[in-house]
Design a protein. Sequence first.
Length: 408
Amino acid sequence: MLDIAGPLRGWCAERREFALATVVAVSGSAPRGPGASLAVDAGGTALGSLSGGCVESAVHELCLDALASGRGGVHRFGYSDDDAFAVGLTCGGILDVLVTPVRGQDPVRPVLGSVLDAAAGGGRAALARVVSGPPGQLGRALAVHAGGSWEGGLGGGAALDRAAAERVRAMLLAGRTGTAELGTAGGLCGEPLTLLVESAAEPPRLIVYGAIDFASALARIGAFLGHRVTVCDARPVFATPERFPGADEVVVDWPHRHLAAERDAGRLDPRTAVCVLTHDAKFDVPVLALALRLPLAYVGAMGSRRTHAERTGRLRAEGVTEAELARLRSPIGLDLGGRTPEETAVAIAAELTAVRHGASAVPLTGGLSPLHHPFAPFGTKVSVGKDHTARNVLDDQPGRHERRVVGE
């Protein structure tokens, strides 16, 4: 939903009636992951996309049906080699899609609005919706804020809402979108319940130490990838906003002192990436000794292999452990063969992306690994046949697609 937060907030402000279709789980290869959304109003106007076009027409129809009936549900779309023109994913994956009607007095409307307002104002909030569990609770929603307060309810009482809010808040503070499992009685007790959690959080941070030309290129590509970029250097003649138009902020300070201040102010989180490009021991060693002891997503340092060997020796002398040193990405970046600042920035950004997604960073050509890392699906697999109907792989019962109804 958050991928269309801006225009969808406008629809909510207009009190427009619409249905919201959201990817809740992916199995196999698919172009987009959980959280991708398509909204359709009563006139058929659509916002967003679920799969780049593979299932949009079918989901558009489901949204209109949900608006007319007031009932949503979870629908599954797959692919069959028997008919490449059937409704499904040509990439071979399987999508589970939650369709939720949002009409005038539907209780989900203020919950959606709360999260959309927080996201638009730069605040932190998460939307949690029941996507698997007792039929009467499917589609119920909870808005959770960073301070721990929540709005709405999952239909299972205060204990469930309290337990869910704690789980969702932890995902929110980590900036994670995905599913959470708990029981209907709270914690792990009761019937199994699956929530789709969509977190609206500020962009992940990329902190670049060393105001050099490579840093300028990395700031530009970091901003392009959605990071909030900080460039820091102790030399005021080099650390100027004019030299780094791609950065959100340029700071004049010693790197280790700046990183410590960011830590003490609570401005670092497990999504933060730190790139040290100075390859000068008096700057590198103090900041790396601190960074490697912090729960950061990525710590990389520029320099030749000889520089890296000398630097690790100095870090060991500073008390950095072997386990901490193993977190250091140095020489920084993937081996793409580039030499220019821009090519080097691409190599660094590629490694950062691979680390974030737990990917191998090996060429896809000739490989057998999936193009998109799979998410744990729920329910049974469905294949789409020549007659454009779906068939349950486990019990071979025909049907257009698996459907679990919200509100029944």
